[in-house]
Design a protein around this ligand. Structure first.
Ligand SMILES: [Zn+2]
Length: 428
């Protein structure tokens, strides 16, 4: 109907309610008497959203099964177990305050495409006080893994693929020390060192295992018992190192900042920075439309998104740095670029061991080139990241990129500071 088409248009293009009311008035004056007078009636907005309090924040539970049934509506149910990935992360909603949305997101492949949907929404000042905001999700998940659920007379089995978080959120939900803490690495038992900042000096430390985590073999790593222990999930191997946060926003960003603002030994000149920027900008017209963003100059690096660091690492960096960045630094960067190019490619499985060797070289040579303080947690985690590609098929199989895109869409559902939770739930 016209009303439905208008509603879709209103939501899709983030039209303001005032503008929509104005349009409805014009349409009504020109013969569309059956349309409602305001957008509020058009949306049949429920006047109250069942918001409760959890973890010191506003909380709404949407449900895994309810959401799965919604996305399976009109789709042939899969005949294999549905693999669910989860994401927990904080999303600042307004630049003027510290109010954050902490959604629990889920993703599953439906007919070849990954579908992301929210399971629970938490909103309030900075971050949840405790992990109560996860209990509904985890108890439903435990029962779904045990019993599956029924749709169109068929029982669908559910399995957990992984939980993707950035490092601070991962420490929060696993109840472990932060990666800046003494025993903070989630993959190995190394004790960090202090070189003006927390660094991980060693290349070969004993690895954590799912069993050693469950038994808390290294008590110093833990803050308590994670709520995830009640679900059938492996606490080390099913919490992968995240390609988006740790490779793109972590190591790649760090390298660029070292080149343009780092120690004199490795810093490039203003003229070199601008030469690299000129090359980047000259590529704009040649970037295919499958890329979400075009290259921007290095002077904008503080505003670069994860996808821009990814583009630099895999595609533009090896071209624009050649002949400008000092050769030893360039060769070192190339080892990183080549290794990650291999690990994001599911067809390069037989090269994964080579990538692992390159990354070990990248971390150890990085210490010689940039100093011991180079080996912060994100850099150190490159020693472990090949294991994720090996377990999941490629780094994109367990990255936060699809969740980040969905978070961006969630943010767009909030049009004013008044009651953001109700706005999101109604618009969802
Ligand atoms: Zn480690």
């Amino acid at each position: 109907s016209l009303a439905e088409a208008l509603l879709t248009w209103y939501t899709l293009f983030s039209v303001t309610s005032n503008a929509m009311d104005g349009l409805l008035k014009i349409l009504k004056n020109h013969g569309h008497d059956d349309l409602p007078a305001t957008v509020r009636t058009l949306r049949k907005t429920p006047r109250s959203v069942p918001i409760t309090k959890k973890s010191g924040m506003e909380y709404v539970y949407l449900g895994i099964q309810t959401q799965l049934k919604k996305i399976l509506n009109g789709v042939t149910p899969p005949d294999r177990p549905m693999l669910l990935s989860f994401n927990v992360d904080g999303l600042p909603l307004f630049s003027s305050s510290n109010r954050c949305l902490w959604p629990v997101l889920c993703a599953t492949p439906i007919q070849g495409a990954l579908k992301v949907f929210p399971v629970a929404l938490t909103y309030g000042r900075s971050k949840p006080l405790d992990l109560d905001f996860l209990t509904d999700t985890l108890s439903e998940l435990a029962s779904l893994v045990r019993d599956g659920f029924e749709i169109s007379g068929r029982r669908i089995a559910i399995a957990i693929k992984c939980v993707v978080c950035d490092a601070p959120a991962k420490a929060l939900v696993k109840s472990t020390k932060l990666c800046s803490g003494y025993w903070g690495c989630d993959k190995c038992t190394q004790k960090v060192a202090w070189l003006g900042r927390v660094v991980y000096p060693h290349l070969n430390s004993p690895l954590r295992t799912d069993e050693s985590f469950r038994w808390q073999d290294q008590p110093e790593h833990h803050h308590g018992q994670s709520v995830f222990l009640d679900v059938d999930i492996n606490m080390v191997t099913q919490f992968p190192i995240d390609y988006m946060h740790q490779v793109c926003l972590g190591v790649m960003r760090r390298l660029i900042l070292l080149w343009i603002r780092g120690d004199r030994r490795v810093r490039i000149s203003a003229a070199q920075t601008s030469a690299i920027s000129d090359r980047l900008v000259s590529l704009v017209s040649s970037i295919p439309s499958i890329f979400a963003r075009k290259p921007r100059p290095l002077s904008d690096v503080d505003r670069w998104k994860a996808t821009e660091f990814r583009q630099f690492l895999l595609y533009t960096g090896p071209v624009v740095l050649r002949g400008i960045l000092r050769d030893d630094l360039f060769q070192h960067f190339l080892s990183f670029s080549v290794a990650i190019s291999i690990l994001v490619n599911p067809n390069s499985v037989e090269q994964f061991d080579y990538a692992k060797g390159l990354l070990k070289y990248f971390v150890s040579r990085g210490k010689d080139l940039y100093g011991g303080e180079f080996c912060v947690y994100n850099v150190h985690s490159m020693l472990h990241i090949t294991d994720e590609a090996q377990k999941y098929g490629s780094l994109d199989e367990c990255s936060a990129f699809p969740f980040e895109n969905f978070l961006f869409q969630l943010k767009k559902l909030v049009r004013s500071g008044r009651n953001p939770m109700a706005q999101i739930v109604n618009r969802l």
